[in-house]
Design a protein around this ligand. Sequence first.
Ligand code: NAD
Length: 328
Amino acid sequence: MASNRTLQFVSFIFRRTNFCIHTDGTRNISNVGFVGLGNMGKPMAKNLMQKGFKVTVYDINSDVSNSLRNEGATVAKSLAELSSNNECVITMLPNNQHVLDSYSKNDGIINHVKEGTVLIDSSTVDPEVAHKLGPLAKEKGAIFLDTPVSGGVMAAQSGQLTFMVGGPEEGLKLVSKVLLAMGCNIFYCGSHGSGQVAKICNNMLLGITMAGLSEAMNLGIRLGLDPKVLTSVINSSSGRCWSSEVYNPVSGVMENVPSSRNYQGGFLTKLLIKDLNLAKNAAERSSSPIPLGELALNLYNNMTKAGHSDRDFSFIYEFIKKHRNTGF
Ligand code: NAD
């Protein structure tokens, strides 16, 4: 237990030299409101409770809120009730509109927060959302942080999420212990929207590298190589990437990855497509060319049209393998 704590604090030291911040100056927050109890939010809220936080929950699906009541959560009847009674509010919602509505409508979070409340949006949404909500929160004396996560459902369950944080740095210091109850890495990325920028850049690259790896594996296998041999070569060579090392898309190469269980579970293709579209929109706004990102989006969109949107995204390997030439 002691070594776990040490690990958490060590990982909180930001890895970029200029951003080395320790947990000094954290406020003793004990009451946390949690909105959005889906695949990610529910295990995150449970981890907070297990670490001793008093958690109040709200979800439009009352069944899921009530299921957490049995585990010690207080169930709020509305966003207004949840916001007015907690010094920290976390949201984990599907998309831009859900987040904008939950925070900025008359009966939403910002209208009802107490001064000093820290608002943490861990949903993956457009960086523009944080640009809109940050100043609105400030007008009410609250601090808004865009804090998307990496790690997926398994990391949410095991409390090993990585948080990418944008917004006032003093806000992060206040809630670092709250985040460390749900994750083990925190990166401060800069002003409002920076956390979301980091998230969409990372996920765009993930989509590209998985597609590239799948293409290379398919070529090598068709030319007669054993997939395990090719994987070993790539993992010891310059083509190595996260997908080749820990998430190989070829069935039989690795155990306990989606490709070894018919591409079920894992990171659903439709969620990757959402992130690639966020990257595309941000790229258009900033006139940044993303030729490979767009190509990857087209590939995964075609996979969706073929009926595979609920499979893990590494199914792109099978999708490429099915085609005998370059036409998709
Ligand atoms: P989900 O669809 O499983 O859960 C969303 C929850 O929000 C549901 O319980 C829904 O009832 C609730 N909800 C919707 N609108 C609401 C509202 N107005 N007020 C209160 N509750 C509301 O989604 P998820 O997989 O948990 O993902 C949540 C966010 O996390 C998304 O932005 C997603 O992109 C991001 N994310 C997901 C993963 C993953 O692997 N699932 C990984 C990283 C990031």
